[in-house]
Design a protein around this ligand. Structure first.
Ligand code: PEP
Length: 247
């Protein structure tokens, strides 16, 4: 079995300011090296200053979204080529908040992942079921359908993405999937990937949903959980670092 280096990504969502970002990043950098890959995803306007602050550090940065289009008359959109110019290593695509509030479909999410990859930006593809879907026994069908669109659209490049399993009912709610619940879904996602690419064993599958310093270690100890996509706890340097150290 391949040893996968853990990856911990902070999704800052629509939080931050010049001052708050500077303080947060200084706190993270002061924590020193950790035995995991780290990245932060600030809102678009702050990418430039985050890039300057993190330039010579081990912490990478990314965006919270990317356009499916190359360029053109798409007001409000940001292209993968632009993200690349700002040194983004990652772009989150298909976060449940974008699926829910911006009507993003499985195919649009897949097209965004393709656009990111075409410019050398690694998509972090989010999948996850709602509470109603879980209670209806639809978890497996939902996450497989979401991932399937990306597998079909990326074809042989699917091995280059990061997948984040984020049960919608666990995001920002303080309710975390148990390590066993999360592992079960990660295992089936990896099996689905293994049917599509010989590289599935090397792919990183992150868990997201109310990851905190006190639950990170048991989640990250699961065999198919290769790190986390962290929301609320990524806004406090001490918490983000504690989660990174648990990885
Ligand atoms: C997220 O937004 O991706 C997330 C997992 O949020 P939280 O950690 O706050 O649940």
């Amino acid at each position: 079995m391949t040893t996968r280096r853990k990856l911990v990504v902070g999704n800052w969502k629509m939080h931050g300011s010049h001052a708050a970002n500077a303080e947060l990043l200084q706190g993270i950098l002061a924590g020193g090296p950790v035995n995991a890959d780290l990245a932060v995803c600030p809102p678009f306007p702050y990418l430039s200053e985050v890039a300057v602050t993190l330039a010579n550090s081990a912490v990478a940065w990314g965006a919270q979204d990317v356009s499916a289009f190359e360029q053109g008359a798409y007001t409000g959109e940001v292209s993968a080529a632009m993200l690349r110019e700002f040194g983004c290593r990652y772009a989150i695509v298909g976060h449940s908040e974008r699926r829910a509030y911006h009507g993003e479909t499985d195919q649009l999410v897949a097209d965004k992942a393709k656009a990111a990859l075409s410019r050398g930006v690694t998509p972090i593809v989010c999948v996850g079921e709602t509470l109603a879907q879980r209670e209806a026994g639809e978890t497996e069908a939902v996450v497989k359908r979401q991932l399937s669109a990306v597998i079909h659209t990326l074809a042989h490049c699917i091995g280059e993405v990061v997948v984040a399993y984020e049960p919608v009912w666990a995001i920002g709610t303080g309710r975390t999937a148990s390590p066993e619940q999360a592992q079960a879904v990660h295992a089936l996602l990896r099996a689905q990937l293994a049917a599509a690419t010989p590289h599935a064993d090397a792919m990183r599958l992150l868990y997201g949903g109310s990851v905190k310093p006190d639950n990170a270690a048991t989640l990250f100890a699961q065999p198919d959980i290769d790190g986390g996509l962290i929301g609320g706890a990524a806004l406090k340097a001490a918490d983000f670092l504690a989660i990174a150290r648990a990885a």
